[in-house]
Design a protein around this ligand. Structure first.
Ligand SMILES: [Zn+2]
Length: 215
């Protein structure tokens, strides 16, 4: 992705997160891969809905600032881990969407196959054990999970999603929050019914490619 397109994609993502109410005050952080070993990341302590392209920082995969003023996001270690471990990842979104964060705060996972479109586009969402936000320890807590998943509940904290680009990561964030809302409502109605193993196998072998669920 060229640098101007990357900056534009991050600014748009920040505005969308703000509109959705997923990043209260200065919460949340977003990044995009611009090359094999360089990423663009949001600055620390800024409202995600009010970022300009020039506010974003270019950093290498060791976290050294290549271009830009100010401090990069405190959650940069978590972002860097995802890019270092996963060559397929081109965008990372971390936010605190309220209902999914409530599940994370309650320590209740969202890992059951409840909704077909989640199975197809997000996959299983593990609950990563708690570690202090903004530390290397959080990246270390995530490390055992990062290879097999594209969305994570961070216990007592929030949600992290990955994508081939930042748009896909954002869509996964929106879908995780939607799943959390539906699961919460279904619990009031007797509890969500998970798809059976046979139904999941049938779904995954269907003609609909991932990312383009029917309906
Ligand atoms: Zn956070």
């Amino acid at each position: 992705m060229d640098h101007a397109a990357g900056r534009s994609a991050l600014v748009s993502c920040g505005r969308r997160l703000d509109v959705l109410g997923f990043t209260p005050a200065t919460d949340g952080n977003v990044s995009v891969r611009l090359g094999a070993d360089v990423i663009l990341v949001t600055p620390a302590g800024r409202e995600k809905g009010e970022l300009s392209p020039e506010d974003l920082l270019l950093v290498d995969l060791e976290g050294r600032i290549v271009q830009g003023a100010g401090r990069p996001s405190t959650e940069m270690p978590m972002h860097l881990l995802c890019y270092r471990r996963r060559g397929d990842v081109g965008g990372v979104v971390h936010a605190h969407p309220p209902i999914a964060t409530a599940f994370a705060a309650a320590g209740v996972p969202l890992d059951a196959p409840v909704m077909p479109e989640i199975v197809l586009t997000v996959g299983t969402i593990p609950l990563v054990p708690y570690a202090t936000p903004g530390t290397e320890q959080l990246a270390q807590a995530l490390e055992p999970w990062v290879d097999g998943h594209d969305a994570f509940l961070l216990a007592s904290h929030g949600v992290l999603t990955l994508g081939r680009d930042v748009r896909e990561a954002l869509h996964r964030m929106e879908r995780v929050e939607h799943l959390a809302k539906v699961t919460l409502a279904a619990r009031l109605l007797g509890g969500p019914r998970s798809l059976t193993d046979t139904q999941v196998v049938s779904l995954l072998s269907g003609a609909t490619p991932p990312g383009r669920p029917a309906g």
